[in-house]
Write a protein that binds this ligand. Structure first.
Ligand code: ADP
Ligand code: ZN
Length: 345
């Protein structure tokens, strides 16, 4: 097992290894009054029982199961969960265990950060995307009709327990989704990770998952509240979010991010912010890992959505530019400049 420290205001560890779910008692403080496992119906069927078995000699364990999918990441589900917790008399000494993918982690984190002004929680990510990206760093959220992640907090878990055996049951389409974020880390860091991704990705490759977590750890530890460098993690996301939205969320996050990375590389190259070679390397990497890079929307449609992006800062927007493999930078540009960059053909 590998231990990766996250040096935030409240430090914690990511534990990465095999068969960890059956041994949760080794990672969890024994002094909680009780614990609530929050999970979706798919993950529940496969992993809840093991989780409960490994903890129920320590304190009472409750379980809340919600229907899988992004559509559960909303305020109604949030209210149902917090009501359930109140009915069970959960208190400030209780623990929440988020068992599942990114949806479970975001929703459970938001519950944890607000229930009785905040109680401890542990992330047990079971999807590739959650392992390499969303479970680390303390972003929590629910969606509202006005947008994805409209309500949320920065709230760090007590620990993140990545049991890579869980990836053996994750459907392939979700593996590809996580791979979109892995490609992002690969372009941010370059070097060894770039070399490792010159071969097809395989979930048994713990090293690649570990590399991504370490890159995230470094970035999050230096800028927990996204005031500067943490924005690098938005590589491909400005355009990715627009593409997700334009597809009415039929296109999943990781695949939209892959298209977003391609688009920013293309625009950067056309505006001489990166070389043709860098653009080609990024395009080849995405193609090699099987991403469909077609963008069935016009640049004007994408630009119109960006203007409403929540990250906009007055008349300006921060964009992450892939100057080179392993060297990205954040630039602040006006919407007019962005428009010119995008329509220049
Ligand atoms: P994300 O891609 O952000 O992690 P979800 O939390 O919705 O998104 O997870 C993606 C889908 O995969 C969900 O339907 C979830 O139930 C399912 N899932 C998550 N982890 C596993 C797993 N280890 N085995 C099987 N299905 C899983
Ligand atoms: Zn993402």
């Amino acid at each position: 097992m590998e231990i990766i420290p996250i040096k935030c205001s409240v430090p914690y560890n990511v534990y990465l290894g095999e068969n960890l779910i059956s041994n949760l008692n080794l990672f969890i403080d024994k002094n909680y009054s009780c614990a609530l496992i929050i999970t979706d119906d798919n993950v529940d069927k496969i992993y809840s029982e093991n989780c409960i078995q490994s903890l129920n000699h320590l304190f009472p364990i409750y379980k809340y199961v919600f229907p899988h999918g992004e559509s559960s990441k909303n305020i109604n589900e949030y209210i149902k969960i917090t009501n359930f917790m109140a009915e069970k008399s959960m208190d400030r000494k209780s623990l929440i265990i988020a068992l599942g993918g990114g949806v479970t982690g975001d929703l459970s984190g938001f519950v944890s950060s607000t229930y009785m002004r905040g109680i401890d929680f542990i992330q047990i990510p079971t999807s590739l995307l959650a392992m390499v990206d969303s479970s680390v760093g303390g972003k929590t959220a629910v969606d509202t009709p006005f947008g994805k992640n409209m309500l949320g907090t920065f709230y760090q878990p007590k620990a993140v327990i990545c049991d890579i055996n869980t990836l053996s049951t994750l459907p392939n389409e979700y593996i590809n989704d996580g791979l979109g974020e892995i490609v992002k880390y690969c372009i941010l860091s370059g070097g060894e990770l770039f070399r490792k991704l010159s071969k097809p990705f395989n979930c048994n490759n713990k090293e690649i998952i570990s590399d991504c977590i370490k890159i995230k750890s470094e970035i999050v530890s230096s800028d927990e509240f996204e005031e500067g460098t943490r924005q690098l993690l938005n590589l491909g996301h400005t355009f990715g979010h627009c593409i997700e939205l334009l597809s009415d969320f039929k296109l999943s996050h990781g695949k939209a991010v892959a298209k977003g990375i391609y688009l920013i590389a293309d625009i950067s190259y056309k505006n001489k912010l990166c070389s043709e070679e860098v653009f080609r390397e990024i395009k080849n990497l995405l193609n090699f890992h099987g991403f469909n890079l077609q963008i069935p929307y016009t640049y004007q449609e994408i630009f119109d959505i960006i203007k409403h992006d929540k990250k906009k800062n007055g008349e300006f927007i921060n964009l992450v530019i892939p100057e080179n493999i392993g060297k990205c930078k954040i630039i602040k540009i006006s919407f007019n400049e962005l428009h010119q960059m995008m329509i220049q053909e």
